[in-house]
Design a protein around this ligand. Structure first.
Ligand code: KIV
Length: 287
């Protein structure tokens, strides 16, 4: 029995986002129902079909094609250079690699800041050309007109508050919402996103107590990254989670594997086999 089932024995575990029996694609209605049930759920990023298929088969209910693809997949220093063409191409791959997960496409920097019409044009592209089930954009009050228009047009919106990496040039990478004023602003932003129709809110690099307060005050789920244990869901960048990222990873990340070492070992073993004439062997050879 899971901890959640033990805490709430009347909950129907067959409907659970993670570990449930459903095989159809998860929708934003399933996400809303999970908050009502008190289910905590996981979200991971993915940027290609094969990795996404692994997470989908593992039961991860929501996969974010994050603009973190800039740093983690495309070799940029930040998320800022990511383009709509790149986002559309990789989102389509993730959709093709999954059957059950709700795939959320990120609107990259410069694709929605001009205003709601630009946001609708680019979000529509992600829905129609890539097949995503929802989009994510950064900002609360500052992105309200965009959120409202997308929701009116039938596109589910995930909002992203706290540290918003597309604003790295003004914000830097530091914990947000530490002062009273900043905490009030974050609460206002979260409520504004909810009122505009967002179905979930990502809280990045926010003190745990504040993230828990935002979570209690919203009826839509919060998804934390570096925001403590009090949010409804948790998201990690997959290359951090699986230990593929090189160098230092953020303190809030937990590494569940060491893919960098495993892949490096595999590449070195292959190279040694080729150099030593051990590969290909007879069983890999046609006559
Ligand atoms: O782009 C991304 O991966 C994100 C997550 C860190 C939430 O926005």
């Amino acid at each position: 029995m899971t901890l959640q089932a033990a805490q709430n024995p009347s909950a129907d575990s067959s409907k659970a986002l993670y570990g449930g029996k459903g095989t159809r694609r998860i929708t934003v209605h399933d996400i809303a129902a999970a908050k009502t049930r008190g289910e905590k759920w996981p979200m991971l990023t993915a940027y290609d079909a094969m990795t996404a298929s692994v997470f989908d088969e593992a039961g991860i209910p929501v996969i974010l094609v994050g603009d973190s693809m800039g740093n983690c997949h495309l070799g940029y220093d930040t998320t800022v250079p990511v383009t709509m063409d790149e986002m559309t191409l990789l989102s389509a791959a993730v959709v093709r690699g999954t059957r059950r997960a709700l795939v959320v496409g990120d609107l990259p920097f410069g694709s929605y800041q001009e205003g709601p019409v630009q946001a609708l044009r680019n979000a529509t592209r992600l829905v129609k050309d890539a097949g995503v089930g929802a989009i994510k954009l950064e900002g609360g009050e500052r992105s309200l007109p965009q959120t409202e228009l997308l929701v009116q047009a039938g596109i589910p919106v995930m909002s992203h508050l706290g540290l918003t990496p597309q604003s790295v040039n003004t914000m830097g990478y530091r914990v947000q919402g530490r002062s009273d004023e900043a905490a009030h602003k974050l609460l206002r932003d979260a409520k504004a996103a909810q009122d505009a129709g967002a179905f979930a809110v990502v809280l990045e690099l926010v003190p745990a107590e504040l993230a828990a307060e935002v979570t209690r005050s919203l009826h839509i789920p919060t998804i934390g990254i570096g925001a403590g244990a009090g949010t409804d869901a948790q998201v990690l960048v997959w290359t951090d989670m699986a230990g593929l990222t090189g160098g230092k990873v953020p303190r809030f990340t937990k590494q569940y594997a060491n893919l960098r070492e495993t892949l490096g070992d595999a590449a070195r073993a292959f190279a040694e086999d080729v150099g030593g004439g051990v590969f290909p062997a007879e069983e890999h050879t046609f006559h």
